[in-house]
Design a binder for this molecule. Structure first.
Ligand code: NAI
Ligand code: MG
Length: 393
């Protein structure tokens, strides 16, 4: 087994709490790796004017595998106010390090698995004809991670050249009389190769893990060009995968369907914002932020993270009460990525046992309000949850 080097980037707040827990699990599961620490987050913004220092970028470029906790980010003015005095007024601009990482390494494929662990009190349930049903959900969302509405090409009061250019489109006649200062434009940009890469990744995953369908989730009847391109490419690529059915839904209808029959969906694929919405929707059915993990995969570098942020209000609690499972599931995705699917499977199984047993539960699983009182009310600490998982490994 080749030995990997993982760049661990705990970041801020509870990122610092959950990341070491995931490393504990990886080590106990026998994953052969070295770990090097990567600086990232708010303290480096404050001290150096850069939340993602070049040395961390170099480590990622060298080792190709990143495990990331979470960062704190704040709006532009608030960020500037917290810069160290020596750096203020020098033109430093805060950029989110995770967004920067995605762009810098072209981490264009985002994978967000949303499996339900049976017995999780946070799981979606519904009334069936014989009482309450808890369907087994096993959706995996593939989200194009770098383009679409998040490509950052946008203006309020667009420059004349831009305004003149878009006014050549006949639909713009509806806005001809609008003052530039009252006109905001965000471009939804997609390239055919990016569509092909995300769709192919979805089909390959379906093939590798035995899913029967891939659902393309767009809105091609209205957003004809970009959603249309996604849909066209999905049809072309689907033809190469005879055993996997291509289904097509509109994002709005899909958000309704997932609250009715979420168990019917396997792999889903969407452009950036629709994938973002879709994955939060599914995550909410299987436990929410304490359980939601994601992978950001490029041609060379891949970074794995829980979906949650730095949850500052819980960062300093001793003992910590936050749920480490999302971070541990992110580590499992890293194992899948490097071909150690059996080890990942053993860890997921251990998590499943702890959840099913229900003896050790984090405050979010007990629907308690988080805070120092949670432990007294029966919630397990972060460390106890990891220990319980290790006990089942
Ligand atoms: P958040 O995800 O940090 O926390 C929201 C709430 O979710 C928490 O207050 C807590 O109740 C719950 N929660 C989150 N993680 C949990 C866990 N592991 N176990 C149990 N409960 C958990 O989002 P929020 O409060 O909107 O943002 C806080 C900071 O995090 C902001 O600065 C934001 O910009 C940043 N952020 C960073 C992300 C990242 O690093 N990828 C993603 C989202 C937010
Ligand atoms: Mg989101």
């Amino acid at each position: 087994m080749s030995k990997h080097t993982v760049v661990t980037m705990p970041g801020d707040g509870i990122g610092k709490v959950v990341l070491p827990e995931a490393v504990r699990v990886l080590e106990a599961a026998g994953f052969q790796a070295d770990y090097v620490h990567g600086d990232i987050g708010w303290e480096f913004w404050q001290r150096e004017g850069n939340a993602l220092p070049d040395r961390t970028i170099s480590l990622l470029r060298q080792h190709k595998l990143g495990l990331f906790g979470a960062i704190t980010s704040k709006p532009k003015k608030a960020a500037e106010a917290e810069l160290s005095p020596a750096l203020q007024g020098k033109g430093h601009v805060y950029y989110s390090p995770i967004v920067t990482m995605r762009q810098l390494f072209d981490l264009d494929i985002c994978i967000r698995p949303c499996p339900s662990f049976p017995g999780n009190p946070l799981n979606f349930v519904r009334r069936g004809k014989d009482g309450i049903e808890e369907p087994k959900i096993n959706a995996v969302i593939f989200r194009q991670n770098t383009q679409g509405l998040y490509s950052g090409v946008e203006w309020t009061n667009p420059p004349k050249l831009v305004r003149d250019a878009i006014e050549t489109h006949r639909q713009m006649k509806n806005y001809a009389a609008v003052d530039g200062r009252d006109l905001a434009i965000s471009c939804r940009i997609l390239t055919r190769p990016a569509c092909q890469r995300i769709i192919r990744a979805a089909f390959e995953y379906a093939k590798k893990f035995g899913y029967k369908s891939v659902t393309i989730c767009e809105k091609p009847n209205v957003i004809r060009e970009t959603s249309g391109m996604m849909e066209d490419e999905a049809k072309r690529i689907a033809a190469e995968y005879k055993d996997i059915a291509l289904r097509s839904t509109n994002i709005d209808a899909q958000m309704m369907w997932l609250t009715k029959n979420p168990e019917d969906y396997g792999v889903l694929v969407a452009s950036n914002m629709f994938g973002d919405i879709l994955s939060d929707g599914f995550a909410g059915l299987v436990g929410g932020l304490g359980f939601a993990a994601s992978a950001n995969i490029g041609r060379e570098v891949a970074v794995f993270e829980p979906t949650h942020g730095s949850a500052p209000k819980y960062a300093e609690l001793k003992p910590s009460i936050v749920n480490p499972i999302a971070m541990i599931l992110a580590a499992c995705m890293m194992l899948d990525h490097v071909g150690q699917t059996a080890t990942a499977g053993r860890i997921r199984e251990a998590i499943g046992k702890v959840v099913a047993e229900g003896k050790v539960r984090s405050y979010d699983m007990m629907r308690l309000s988080g805070g120092p009182a949670a432990i007294g009310q029966g919630a397990a600490s972060t460390e106890q949850i990891t220990d319980a998982i290790l006990g089942k490994l």
